[in-house]
Design a protein around this ligand. Structure first.
Ligand SMILES: [Zn+2]
Length: 505
């Protein structure tokens, strides 16, 4: 029986996970935020003119000799320690041989059977349950250059007239963080995968070792997925979904791959070991190339580099300098902000714990900080299909808006307009407020005039209020707010209206 590989059967996720147990694994590449490259002194700055940050080493010219970047080693050790890994007393680089047009040496300097950090773990919480994700290794390597295909409609090589290569990225320090297979998640495999990458990203950010921008590729994730029928201990054949570049996509990629594999297994088919590509538009994965085995790369120890043997007291020094990590910060914020476990979990799920913490640190009240990040900002993020923390607004700016509301200088409606302005222009809150004339009108004579106009325009409502239906005054408050484009102080308006109508509460 032949089974079409990319066929997407109409299986429900729930029906699949009742019959199959998923096993996932994640390989995450992170570009380190060092000033210079992994094996030469070239700048790592993003966005320079093509091929201006190059030298004989990162161009792979004959006779050029690499030298290891000490800062990159330090950063990798920081990451290893934060992930509870053992730091090798001695390790080596290895050559990984393969051809890529944007890789001038025709091999990548990586690490193979002697990585710098091994055997750690990272705990993540999903739906109140803690899952321990084992970390197999954290190793160092270098990035490749970048191809640009010109002349085609799609920017892909097919249909292009010619291709250009930019070696500015070649040799930028990369680390790869590889998990052990994660079993026992059952139906929550997609959520556990997303929670792991989220937690990892937050750790890397707090360590200050990378800017971890998934959308710019400084954090890229490959997701391995396999299925075995429930009750069968042997794992199924796994596929590797490459370069999943948002947190949301991590979850979607695992979910769709679980359904795809189940459809094939249901028809008696076999899963092909291969790499697959996640399609943002459809939320499905598409077949890539068949997966190489490690032996295909003919790894051997890199002869041009000395082994790396980090001194134990240096490792101890790095350990002592680690900042407060996200898990500890959450525990602290929970008690400092008086959050319930559910509140905290909701904030974790929304990915806004750090942002709320920083907003509070910048002077806002905990309740307001939480309300903004979980409310209006989450809505804005949702409509743009990004994470709230990817919005072009900083916690300090959010705190400024909150303070202006607390001081009575902005109403909630105006505060939202101020936030919209920051999101649209990237300017600061005070500049937006000044530019757009966003200020609460509390001038009594102006408000009284607006109140009189509202009463005159709505005689029926006015009569109701005079007749004792005080709640009806809301409609008049609304009219005044509208007339003042949301700039009036609503409680003050209400009081003035009642006064003009001769009604007391
Ligand atoms: Zn260079």
């Amino acid at each position: 029986m032949t089974v079409r590989d990319d066929v997407q059967l109409d299986l429900s996720y729930d029906s699949v996970v009742r019959r199959f147990a998923p096993v996932i694994g994640l390989e995450t590449h992170v570009e380190l935020g060092t000033v210079s490259k992994m094996f030469c002194g070239c700048s790592t700055e993003f966005g320079a003119e093509p091929n201006t940050h190059t030298c004989p080493v990162c161009l792979g010219l004959p006779g050029a000799l690499p030298v290891v970047n000490a800062k990159a080693i330090e950063y990798t050790i920081r990451i290893g320690l934060a992930l509870n890994c053992s730091i090798a007393e001695w390790c080596r680089f290895a050559r990984k041989n393969y051809f890529y047009p944007d890789m001038p040496k025709n091999f990548q300097i990586s690490q193979y059977d002697e990585p710098l950090c091994v055997d750690g773990h990272l705990d993540v919480v999903v739906e109140g349950q803690t899952y321990r994700v084992g970390i197999e290794r954290v190793h160092m390597e270098e990035d490749t250059g970048k191809n640009t295909h010109v002349g085609g409609a799609t920017g892909r090589i097919h249909g292009a007239e010619y291709s250009l290569v930019d070696f500015n990225r070649a040799g930028i320090p990369l680390i790869e963080i590889v998990t052990k297979p994660v079993e026992g998640t059952g139906p929550l495999a997609p959520e556990v995968a997303k929670a792991y990458v989220t937690e990892l990203r937050d750790i890397l950010r707090s360590l200050g070792v990378s800017d971890v921008k998934m959308e710019q590729g400084s954090l890229r994730c490959d997701v391995n997925t396999s299925l075995s029928p429930i009750g069968v201990s042997e794992w199924g054949t796994r596929t590797e979904t490459k370069n999943v570049n948002s947190l949301r996509s991590v979850e979607r990629a695992v979910r769709s791959e679980i359904i795809r594999q189940a459809a094939i297994l249901d028809r008696g088919g076999k899963i092909k070991q291969e790499t697959r590509h996640f399609q943002e538009t459809t939320g499905e994965t598409r077949s890539g190339r068949s997966k190489e085995e490690a032996t295909d790369y003919r790894y051997f120890p890199e002869p041009d580099l000395v082994p790396v043997a980090p001194a134990r007291d240096w490792v101890a020094e790095i350990r002592a300098s680690l900042p407060e990590l996200p898990a500890a910060r959450r525990t602290r914020l929970k008690s400092e902000l008086g959050l319930s476990t559910e509140d905290l979990q909701q904030m974790v799920n929304a990915g806004v714990v750090e942002a709320v913490g920083e907003t509070v640190q910048a002077g806002a009240s905990a309740t307001e900080a939480r309300n903004w990040w979980m409310g209006y900002l989450a809505e804005q993020a949702n409509s743009r299909e990004v994470e709230p923390t990817s919005l072009p607004i900083t916690p300090a700016q959010v705190a400024r808006v909150i303070l202006l509301v607390a001081d009575g200088k902005l109403s909630t409606a105006l505060a939202r307009q101020a936030v919209d302005g920051v999101l649209q222009t990237g300017k600061d809150v005070d500049a937006i407020v000044a530019e757009r004339g966003l200020a609460v009108v509390s001038d009594t004579s102006e408000l009284t005039r607006a109140a009189d106009e509202a009463i005159a325009a709505n005689p029926d409502v006015a009569d109701k209020v005079r007749g004792g239906k005080v709640a009806a005054v809301g409609a008049l408050v609304g009219a005044v707010m509208k007339a003042t484009r949301g700039q009036a102080d609503a409680p003050a308006v209400r009081q003035i209206l009642l006064q003009q109508l001769g009604v007391s509460e």
